[in-house]
Design a protein around this ligand. Sequence first.
Ligand code: N01
Length: 555
Amino acid sequence: MADDQMPRGSQCRELEMAIVGAGFAGLQMLHRALQSGRKAVLFEAGSGVGGTWYWNRYPGARVDLESLEYSLSFSKELEQDWEWSERYAGQAELERYLDHVTDRFGLRPHIRFDARIVAAHFDEQHHHWDLRTQSGEHIRAKYCVMATGLLSAPNRPDIAGRDDFNGVQVQTGLWPKQGVALEGRRVCVIGTGSSAVQCIPEIAKLASHLTVFQRTPVFAIPAHNRPMDPAEQASIKAEYARLRELEMQSLAGFISLKFMADPHPKNAAMKVSAEERKAEYDRRWAAGGLSFYNAFTDLLMSKEANDSLADYVRDRIRERVKDPVIAEKLVPKDYAILTKRLCADTGYYETYNRDNVTLVDLRETAIVRIEADGIRTADGRLHACDVLVWATGFDAMTGALDRIDIRGRDNRSIRDHWAGGLRTFAGLMCAGFPNMIFMNGPGSPSAFFAPIQLAEYQADWIERAVDALAARGLDCIEPTDEAEEEWVAHADAVAAHTLLPSTRSWYMGDNIPGKPRRILIYLGGFPAYRDACENGAANGYQKFRLGRAPASAGA
Ligand code: N01
């Protein structure tokens, strides 16, 4: 890349590895790279570590998987030492945990905070990446690991009049560190996905009035959060190795601790009697949380099986909402359950029984525009508002990457590479973008698995790849076009066997206008994914082109 294309700061840092993003994935990568003695620096846009758990500070933000599962497994000592205080840790505890990890493993001196990477250009002569931060700092790195998050590029819908609003506007995924005054305020929330399901009950407790604008209702299951039982925590810790193994073999990446003795689905829903099916659903409903993913083998494949669960959950929603008219608005009727992320809720549906909460069904009356004092809907009503909360999701999987000016060979941008639909090899790398490796990237199992454990595997894969190159005196790796095409065709074919493509969701890229429709996550499960990554690396990285920089070739 020519010098004039990449403005430089006062000096250029030379690194073996630049890592972008200080969430669970980036921190694991940094730890591995430092252990290997690499000159590695992690660049983070925020002022602290946490990634998702740094930015999502909205009231009620907490993990939807049990903390004993949603935690790092690379250090057995850490697993034993950290005491979780609740069944599902809240944002503050997760942020504390990652702060602890950062200091415990000596990572902090190797992290640059407030350093948002805005450009990454590949230098074909020297085989390195030229990175630039928002403040103009220039970094040159042989390898660039993008741990930028799967749900980290907030989606701001283009609704007319946004800038005319006189009150406070906040986005759940960019909640201010100093908080937002909600007490006694009239609050409007747009959106009813996982973030909204978590914040709506908390906001309703504080606001004088809360108005929720719903376009598509969700399926939510009670989380049954509670303080951690010390005896339960000790018993899981005694069996951690087995738990982690079971997680890696499961399709969803978690098993739910209540089901450790019986972790994987054995039966097809339609192969058991209606009574047995109901008993299984009751068992999981009582346990709380998202274990329904593991209830039967065919829930994501057979519409009939899926309907049996969807009908079960619909009935539970009707039981929780007092007003039958409001209940019907909250019951999802036109898409298969589990084809949008299932939500784990704490009092979500009951919130609509409160006198200070109004549900506006946007399918009956759409938002016309945002005005100075509130939101105007098609029925002519102005919904008065002091605080407007955008719970409108993310440009998932690709957004955090293609919002950066990433250019590979021939100055081709990643946006162009994906213009016709997502293309990667195993969600790890793209043809034409050598030495740039994604963690939890688009095309990997990520959001349909356990992102923390997936990142641990990927950090290991990356380390092995970099070592293998060095051992052969090489410094450049990228998947072949054929490997990329093969992976995309495989991922599409796997998805076609499921119900996911039948639903409009962020899994398919549907929530972002103009985004090409294609499955953004790999649905074949981790064992098949790991096999594909290992197979790609077999026989001297058979699915990759390896090379040596032209500038050093004659040296
Ligand atoms: O985002 P979403 P999210 N006008 O995309 C609506 C993870 N997560 O931040 O469905 C009106 O799910 C949109 O409506 P529709 C989890 O994987 C986990 O809630 O497009 N409404 C929808 O209701 C999750 O899946 C946790 O019709 C508009 C909502 O906004 C993922 O993150 C917590 C609109 C967006 O829902 C994303 O969740 C939070 C418009 N123009 C998130 N545009 C845990 O529990 C969008 N909407 C760990």
